[in-house]
Design a protein around this ligand. Sequence first.
Ligand SMILES: [Zn+2]
Length: 453
Amino acid sequence: MLEDKLQQVLSNCDALSNPFVSKLRSLCMVPSVSAHGRSLQEAAEELRAIMVEVGLNAKMVKIPGGPDALYGELPVQGAEKTLLIYNHYDVQPPDPLEEWVSDPFAADVRDGYIFARGVADNKGAIVSRLGALKAILDAGILPSANLKYFVEGEEEVGSPNLPKFISKERELLRADGCLWEGGHKTPSGRPEIHAGVKGLLYVELSIETADKDLHSSFAPLVPNPAWSLVQAIGSLRDGDGRIQIEGFHDDVIAPSAKEMTRMEKNEFDPEMLMKWAGVTSLLGSASSKDRAISLTFEPTCNLCGIDSGYKGQGSKTVLPRRATTKIDFRLVPNQDPDDILAKLRKHLQDHDFGTIEIQVYSSEKPAKSDIDSNIVEAITVSAQTVYGQTPNIWPSMPGTGPMTLFVDELGIQCSMGVGVEHTGSGYHAPNENISIVDFTKGMKHAAALMLTF
Ligand SMILES: [Zn+2]
């Protein structure tokens, strides 16, 4: 292709940056928090309008039991391949609110950055990918492949209703490769490609020992649920962080030789991670390479929160009636969340911490595409065009998404790696942000990919 046309498309992206930043800000002002079932339809409507405006044949699709998803397509005459683009318009709850510098749904712009819940995860990527299509069409050309955009509205709660839909709509989503969710760069500007996701099991454990809080003088006689819970939690890992649930690691598949070779070429800087996270130390004493391997291939058991008893100002001598904790397990290839849940249940029963109720909030399998697949190749080539740098290619990202439905159910190779986020974007955290420069670059990368695939 016609270098001139590419240059025209890239300069169109510059021209479209401001109007698409406005669309993005407006979409971010809709508080589409799926955990609270809030404003989902409104966000879907607003997004559909943008999809139609850029030239997609876009419609709402009913997801039985869940919020509507959006589907938009652009058939390209003569194209031999189809590129599917997956995103989600729902966001995480914005809490803790007091830690935000500006209202999480005001989409405030400061020093070239947009601050909003969902701007990085995942509305920025959606809007930039729509801007990319507009830039191509404005240049009077078409993408090299048919395009299908699919945007769901319950990714942040584990896409519970998507599996049923996908199994019925195989034809609708059929494609030769799928551009997944988003992407970011290393602090030195190297784009990051992730050809897989970890799985997830999210549970709440609770222990209730009385029907009311008691005076703490009863402590010699009355069991304290907080102690039981702390002991239960403590039994899940050893001092080195190795998960102690029997059989937890049994099904883990080790990375392939090809993946390990690829890992050697990737750049990972734990110092930068510490800097943006504001932490003074990291777990263990591994080398940078080993840390990258842990982040990519290790399953985790993470405490998201613990709650019991009195946490207000000053003291209150109380023996709480109830204690709860929320825990997420990130799972790696071949681990199954249902199997891990059964093993967790057995572990808690065997150790006899009292009656522990387990509530499951989400359950998703891990997924992985081939790091040599055509989608990874096309993202790599287009990244080189736009960023002038060879990307890192990771077999998996440390996070989760419903990729297994596309890779394992539909047989479509998927990869992340075209996005607008940066290392300090603060996904799921206060002051989530992206830079407008990155937004425009991400739009260019998406456009170059649409002309390359
Ligand atoms: Zn997320």
